[in-house]
Design a protein around this ligand. Structure first.
Ligand code: ADP
Ligand code: MG
Length: 462
């Protein structure tokens, strides 16, 4: 039975001290020291409790991230208040460790991941706000399918991979949002793999309590883990993840993961995890084409109540070619400067604001840069590509590099030939034709080109 503390036998200091002990147990010593050392409990006659904290930042943070723990600790002591307020006070707090130093780290690591915590999804990351085009159609369709029927399609696990800023987090969160709103899954759990690693460290390494960590995931119907490439080279985390993954998978629970590269290309990842990944659906998101970029800009402008002239939309969408996050950033800058100057947004104003930046970006793609990217892809040195050697194993990367230089730079065939160990321009033509012809019949070559070109696009987009 819950009681009002004023009528209970607790004296004030022991109530809060006991509560603090329980909180400390839950959140671990470092977060506890950062957030709770400088707190106190004051009871009000109206049945409310005031938790006194050093400033408003503490009040907001503790309320947002730890109030559930406080309530739970109090409930465990059979205590309830009609209300708990977090109040900044100017007490002479004795701060034992410098708070500012660990603030950033603890902000990242302290956020407890209670299952189905409220507000775990960004309100804008929903299917309705996701612009669908050729480059993300498949990923979007698969995401919709699992959101509508988690665990009931053959897309389990569903893995969405693609470069940065292309909408992976948006889709994962949209799935979670949808499943919660439409009740297609009772228990939805989204976390980044970084959070997973931190929690693994907190529970399994620090507290030696792998059971509690494992139990966190029991009863989850839909598990969404973002950026699993972060598990690379972390065998302990991988082992625990594999255990959780298997259990959910056997219970037909839906698992959705994202990665910045194809799973098979995540280095230092246990092969049985990769095999598990391969048993579901792996789908990629490619950098958006012009049409999609323009649609995204229109949509974002509309959401901000801004009417953007079509020529401005085209100019921005043509200049920023890969990363959607950057497209958004450009729009925000444009809105800010237009509201600052009070002028309507025109093409001329846009070019004045961004002209220099765009010009610099275009220049960045040089022959050397392309050679370097191709070399990286084939794990050889750039010199091997440009040297005058006839070894067979570098013919393919060299031909690819020449083909890409012809396609992506404004350099003449003559200059390209020169940069490739003084070869004749006809060699560049021959290499390009060969790659064009071979890529029509080889899916593997097509994929290789696609991946390198995605990298090149990312460079031109900054
Ligand atoms: P990633 O996780 O792949 O790095 P995000 O999901 O964080 O990328 O996307 C970056 C930004 O671009 C987000 O604000 C997201 O809403 C937006 N975005 C990405 N793809 C789309 C899309 N197809 N339609 C609308 N907005 C998009
Ligand atoms: Mg992301």
């Amino acid at each position: 039975m819950l009681t009002n503390p004023l009528s209970s036998t607790f004296s004030k200091p022991s109530l809060w001290d006991e509560c603090l002990l329980k909180i400390r147990e839950k959140i671990g010593p470092s977060h506890f020291e950062t957030w709770f050392q400088t707190t106190d409990l004051a009871l009000k006659a109206d049945g409310c409790a005031c938790i006194e904290v050093p400033n408003q930042f503490f009040a907001d943070f503790i309320e947002q991230h730890f109030s559930a723990f406080i309530q739970e600790a109090l409930a465990g002591m059979h205590v309830s208040f009609s209300k708990i307020n977090f109040v900044p006070t100017t007490k002479n707090w004795k701060i034992i460790q410098p708070i500012t130093q660990s603030l950033e780290e603890s902000t990242q690591r302290a956020i407890p991941n209670t299952i189905e915590k409220k507000g775990q999804f960004h309100p804008n990351y929903i299917f309705d706000n996701f612009v669908v085009g050729d480059t993300n159609r498949m990923a979007h369709a698969a995401a919709m399918a699992v959101a509508e029927a988690p665990g009931k399609t053959s897309f389990n696990p569903l893995i969405i991979y693609g470069g940065t800023g292309l909408g992976k987090t948006h889709l994962l969160q949209a799935i979670g949002h949808f499943a919660q709103r439409e009740h297609t899954a009772d228990s939805v759990f989204y976390m980044t793999s970084e959070e997973f690693v931190n929690q693994y460290i907190g529970y399994v390494i620090d507290k030696k309590d792998s059971t509690s960590f494992y139990k966190k995931f029991s009863g989850v119907d839909l598990l969404l883990i973002d950026d699993v490439q972060f598990f690379s080279g972390k065998p302990g985390t991988q082992k625990e993840f594999y255990r959780i993954f298997n259990r959910l998978f056997l219970e037909n629970k839906q698992i959705v993961l994202s990665s910045d590269r194809p799973p098979a290309k995540i280095p230092d990842m246990m092969h049985h995890i990769i095999n598990r990944f391969l048993s579901g659906l792996i789908t990629d998101i490619q950098p958006p084409n012009l049409e999609v970029r323009m649609a995204i800009l229109r949509q974002k402008a509309e959401m901000d109540g801004l009417s953007l002239p079509e020529n401005v939309v085209r100019y921005l969408a043509s200049s920023i070619t890969s990363n959607i996050r950057e497209l958004e950033g450009t729009l925000i800058k444009l809105i800010a400067s237009s509201s600052f100057t009070g002028q309507d947004i025109t093409l001329q104003i846009t070019q004045e604001i961004f002209g220099d930046v765009m010009a610099r970006k275009k220049q960045r793609l040089s022959i050397a840069c392309i050679v370097e990217k191709v070399a990286q892809k084939f794990d050889i040195s750039p010199n091997q590509i440009t040297a005058h050697s006839r070894k067979r194993d570098v013919t393919l990367p060299r031909n690819i590099a020449m083909y890409l230089c012809k396609k992506w730079t404004r350099q003449s065939l003559y200059t390209i030939g020169l940069d490739f160990g003084g070869r004749d321009y006809s060699t560049v033509i021959h290499a390009s034709k060969k790659i064009e012809a071979d890529s029509r019949v080889s899916a593997e070559l097509q994929q290789t080109l696609k991946e390198i070109e995605a990298d090149l696009q990312a460079i031109t987009a900054g």
